[in-house]
Design a protein around this ligand. Structure first.
Ligand code: SAH
Length: 401
C-alpha cells in the first residue's frame, strides 16, 4: 500500500482547485515511509482522499500530483495516455505551422510535473526534473518509444532544479543511434530552417517557446534597421531578414552562439552585408550606441532569465528597466520595441510597469500595440498559473509626450 499523507487544516484548498503542488509546510502527518519519487495518497485533515502524487523528501514542493482520480493507477498505461493526449492537443498547431520542432510535454501544464519533452525532427529530448519524474523514467521513456516508433531519445536532465529534488545531473542517449556523435538536427519553423544541437544547446537545445514571437517580429520587419539583442541562434534575425528587413545587427556575449547564428543564416541563404554579428555585453553596447548617436527602427530585447528566486526580483526589475530605457532611447521616432521577460516570477503586470517606467526615464511615450506569450505547444493550464512565464510586449515608441 502507498504511504498516506495528511494535510494541515485548510491546506487542501489548492488541491481542490486542481493545483498540482503540496508544500512541505502543508503536511501534518505521514503514515508509512515513502521513498524518493514514490507515489503517495494525499488526504485532508479529516481523512478525505484528495489526490495521488510523487513524494520528494528534499524539495519544498514535497508532493507533485499525478492524478486527482482515486481509481487511476500510476502505471505504464497512465503515462501512455498522458503522452498521447499531449500529442493530440498539439496536432493542430503542428500541422498548421508545418512544425518539425515542438514541445510535446510542458511539465505540470500537461499533467506530468517535472517532465519536459521536446521533439526536434526525429529526435526527442527529455528532461526529468523532479523526484517523481525521475522515479517514473522507465514508464515515460517506454511510452515515448511506443508513441514515436523509430525516433531516438536524448536526455538533458542537467538543470539546477534537480539539486533541489536531491537528484544528480544526467545527460546522454537513451536509445542507440547509428552515429551517437551526431546530436544536431535541422528543424523547420514557418519556412525557416534552424540547426539545433541537443547536446550543446541551451535548455533542450533551443528556445521553442519564442516561435510565435519570432513570427511576430517578421511581421514588423519590412524595410527596417533592426537591433536583435541577446540573439543566441539568431532566429529572430532570420524571421526579420526573410521578411524584408533592411539590416539586422545581432548581439550576443557568446562567440559560440554567434557562430551558430551565422551558420543558420547561411543555411537559409539569408547572409550578406546587411546581417551583422556583434560580440558584446548588451548593457554596455546599448550605452556605446547611445554615445555614438546610433538609431534603429526596431529593437528586440530577449534576455535570459534574470530572476531565479523572489530575492532577485528587485535587482531584475532594475536590469529590465535599464535595457528597456536604453533601447527606447535608441529608437527612431515611431520605432518598434519587442521586449520580453521569460522569468516566471516577473508577473505580466509588473513587467508592463517596468517597461512604462523605462519609457518615463527615457522621456518617450510608449504604446503597447501587441502582447505576446509562449507558443501554444507551451500551454498554460488554467489550474496551474505558474505555467505562464514568457511575456512579451510590442511597443510603438513616440519621440516624447
Ligand atoms: N532570442 C533567442 C534566445 C535568447 S537566450 C532565441 O529566440 O532563440 C539569451 C542569450 O543571451 C544567450 O545566447 C546568452 O549568451 C545571451 N546573453 C546573456 N547575457 C548577455 C549579455 N549581458 N549581453 C549579451 N548577450 C547575453
Amino acid at each position: 500500500m502507498s504511504a498516506q499523507i495528511f494535510l494541515n487544516p485548510s491546506r487542501e484548498k489548492s488541491l481542490l482547485r486542481k493545483h498540482p503542488w503540496v508544500f512541505s509546510k502543508a503536511i501534518k502527518q505521514i503514515k508509512g515511509k515513502p521513498g524518493i519519487g514514490e507515489t503517495v495518497d494525499i488526504f485532508d485533515n479529516k481523512g478525505n482522499w484528495l489526490a495521488k502524487g510523487a513524494y520528494s523528501p528534499a524539495s519544498q514542493i514535497r508532493i507533485r500530483v499525478w492524478s486527482f482520480d482515486k481509481n487511476e493507477q500510476i502505471d505504464q498505461a497512465f503515462f501512455d495516455k498522458k503522452l498521447a493526449n499531449a500529442k493530440a492537443r498539439r496536432q493542430f498547431f503542428i500541422e498548421q505551422g508545418g512544425l518539425t520542432g515542438y514541445r510535446l510535454i510542458a511539465g505540470e501544464s500537461d499533467g506530468l510535473p517535472g517532465v519536459t519533452i521536446d521533439c526536434y525532427d526525429n529526435l526527442l529530448v527529455c528532461q526529468l526534473l523532479s523526484a517523481g519524474a525521475d522515479f517514473q523514467r522507465l514508464a515515460i521513456i517506454n511510452g515515448l518509444k511506443a508513441l514515436y516508433p523509430g525516433y531516438h531519445i536524448y536526455e538533458r536532465s542537467d538543470v539546477d532544479v534537480r539539486k533541489k529534488e536531491g537528484l544528480e545531473p544526467v545527460t546522454g542517449w537513451l536509445t542507440s543511434p547509428d552515429n551517437p556523435e551526431d546530436t544536431s538536427r535541422v528543424i523547420s519553423e514557418y519556412g525557416i530552417d534552424i540547426k539545433v544541437d541537443v547536446a550543446a544547446g541551451h535548455k533542450t537545445g533551443f528556445y521553442l517557446d519564442q516561435r510565435e514571437s519570432r513570427a511576430a517580429a517578421g511581421r514588423y520587419a519590412k524595410g527596417k534597421d533592426i537591433l536583435n539583442c541577446f540573439s543566441y541562434t539568431g532566429t529572430f534575425s532570420l524571421h526579420c531578414a526573410k521578411n524584408g528587413a533592411k539590416s539586422v545587427t545581432n548581439v550576443d556575449v557568446s562567440e559560440q552562439a554567434l557562430n551558430l547564428a551565422k551558420e543558420n543564416h547561411l543555411l537559409n541563404e539569408l547572409d550578406g552585408e546587411h546581417i551583422q554579428f556583434v560580440k558584446a555585453d548588451v548593457f554596455k553596447l546599448l550605452r556605446t550606441y547611445r554615445e555614438q548617436g546610433k538609431q534603429f527602427d526596431m529593437i528586440i530585447l530577449d534576455p535570459p532569465k534574470f530572476v531565479e528566486s523572489k530575492a532577485q526580483l528587485t535587482g531584475a526589475c532594475r536590469g529590465y528597466k535599464d535595457i528597456n530605457m536604453l533601447a527606447m532611447q535608441l529608437l527612431k521616432p515611431g520605432g518598434i520595441l519587442l521586449t520580453f521577460s521569460c522569468s516566471g516570477l516577473m508577473e505580466a503586470n509588473l513587467f508592463q510597469k517596468v517597461v512604462s517606467d523605462a519609457a518615463l526615464d527615457a522621456n518617450k511615450q510608449a504604446f503597447i500595440v501587441e502582447r505576446l506569450q509562449q507558443a501554444p505547444d507551451h500551454p498554460i493550464a488554467a489550474n496551474y498559473p505558474e505555467g505562464y512565464y514568457l511575456k512579451g510586449l510590442v511597443c510603438q515608441v513616440n519621440q516624447s509626450f
